[in-house]
Design a protein. Structure first.
Length: 361
């Protein structure tokens, strides 16, 4: 079957004629994430554009090569947004890369993650077939939710060609409060606030200061500001702060070649929000009400993973020069069999991003 869309047909032809691995690429802003990519480049950037957008239905359908900045600008013009604040890591970030990486920003704990907003996808499988899953409304999703499996799969299952996303109205009011608290006190305070009816949208602790973002109706935000106290951060300064955390432009996240050469790495730890300080060497940024802990450390991978597992969570090597097989926490045998079955079903020849998620996929 021939497609009238030349960009899609080019991808199909390249997949069908491939005899060795393909490295799926968009803007390249997340190439550092996961195992080291390799193979012939499969460039999805020409597959760009917003296919349909129904502001009244809170649904947008976008092709994978579309710039994330373009999508966000279009939504903003209608007073809407991607509430999970996907990290952009640079102006070249694409919608396909956003879904494939499955990363969410500061508001993740209050609104959900990327996969919670994926309604449907069109993908290209390893046999060069175009397949569609899900739809444009949640009620159309039935059975095994393949669309949401694509979120965070790092391209190992197939090439995301198009995605339908649920969007939300931008909050009518926001405010950011700052509190001088050490790590233990900040975690305790976040735990206390979590049990209260407060319009908390995001939190981030670093170096003795906790930032708390409120979002919602004007009256609710104002009432929360009065109740919580703290120091009100100027709106422009607050936007800059949250963007620096979302896109990892804050100084904490800057690891250049000299840091990496000395064995320093950036780890992302997912633990229960009520977990006390982990007592690991290095410096930390704490997000998501305590559930996400960024750690910049020289500590060995074994020590960091052990601390995360003991707390009931897991650790991911986000940036660093540790053995690349240590990027993601190894899966249990049953979960790995499921992953391998999915890989076999969608990409039987093992063409797409081999080893990017796990060495055996």
């Amino acid at each position: 079957m021939e497609f009238k869309d030349p960009a899609l047909q080019r991808l199909i032809d390249q997949v069908r004629s491939a005899h060795k691995p393909l490295d799926i690429q968009g803007g390249g802003t997340k190439r550092f994430y996961g195992e080291i990519p390799h193979g012939d480049v499969l460039d999805i950037r020409p597959l760009a554009g917003i296919s349909s957008y129904e502001p009244s239905e809170l649904v947008v359908t976008v092709r994978a090569g579309t710039l994330l900045a373009e999508l966000e600008a279009t939504l903003a013009s209608k007073g809407q947004c991607l509430p999970f604040e996907p990290p952009r890591f640079g102006p070249a970030s694409t919608v396909g890369g956003m879904v494939a990486a499955g990363l969410s920003g500061p508001s993740r704990a209050s609104v959900g993650g990327v996969r919670d907003y994926v309604l449907g996808t069109t993908i290209l499988n390893g046999q060069g077939e175009v397949l569609s899953f899900g739809g444009q409304v949640i009620k159309n999703v039935a059975g095994y939710d393949v669309s949401r499996v694509m979120a965070g799969s790092l391209g190992v299952l197939g090439v995301i060609c198009e995605v339908s996303l649920k969007v939300l109205p931008t909050a009518p009011a926001t405010a950011t409060l700052a509190f001088a608290l050490d790590e233990a006190a900040a975690l305790q305070q976040l735990s206390t606030w979590a049990s209260q009816a407060l319009p908390i949208n995001a939190s981030a602790w670093y170096h003795g200061q906790l930032h708390l973002r409120l979002a919602g109706a004007q009256a609710a935000v104002q009432a929360a500001c009065t109740k919580l106290g703290g120091s009100l951060v100027e709106p422009e300064v607050a936007v800059s702060w949250w963007d620096s955390v979302r896109d990892q432009q804050h100084a904490f996240f800057h690891l250049d070649s000299s840091h990496l050469a000395k064995g320093e790495s950036l780890w992302r730890l997912s633990v229960p929000a009520t977990t006390p300080p982990l007592e690991l060497p290095g410096s930390s940024v704490i997000e998501w009400g305590g559930a996400q802990r960024w750690l910049r450390s020289h500590a060995p991978a074994k020590q960091i993973r052990a601390a995360a597992v003991t707390a009931g969570g897991h650790a991911t090597l986000f940036r660093g020069e540790a053995p690349r097989s240590a990027v993601f926490t190894p899966l249990s045998a049953p979960l790995m069999r499921i992953q391998q079955s999915l890989k076999q079903a969608f990409d039987p020849k093992g063409l797409f991003n081999p080893g990017r998620l796990y060495p055996s996929l």
